[in-house]
Write a protein that binds this ligand. Sequence first.
Ligand code: DQA
Length: 142
Amino acid sequence: MNILVINGPNLNLLGRREPEIYGRGSYEDLCAFLQDYAKERHCGLEILQTNHEGTIIDWLQDRSESVDAFILNPGAFTHYSYAIRDAIKAVPRPVVEVHLSDLSQREPFRRVSVLKDVCAHQIMGKGFQSYSEAIDWLMKGQ
Ligand code: DQA
């Protein structure tokens, strides 16, 4: 299985940005953890990050032929991007929505995901493990 992980805005600042919420591990730590995790399971994994909404949409559209599934942390776009929602609906591949923090315990605007019901699955509140659980979920055939 080949999975593309897409990280949205500000996730490149992991470790430096609100560590009490997102943890002390850096973005590089996250990537290394996930690459090791995937390798042990013989899963192909590529990890990308962008601060731009349209780039996320381009990657979903352009890479849907070359990967089996997506893991997406849309950052704050989670809460209002109908454009990303439409893109997820249009791609013929499962998209798992992940979050480091538990959105249900945060500010009211974060408790709403406009993407959740078009994603194959949602995992949140487990730090880096939100992503590794998404790999497991996809690999066990959903
Ligand atoms: C986040 C939660 C979002 O509300 C926030 O805007 C982020 C990170 C998370 O991983 O917990 O950038 O997606």
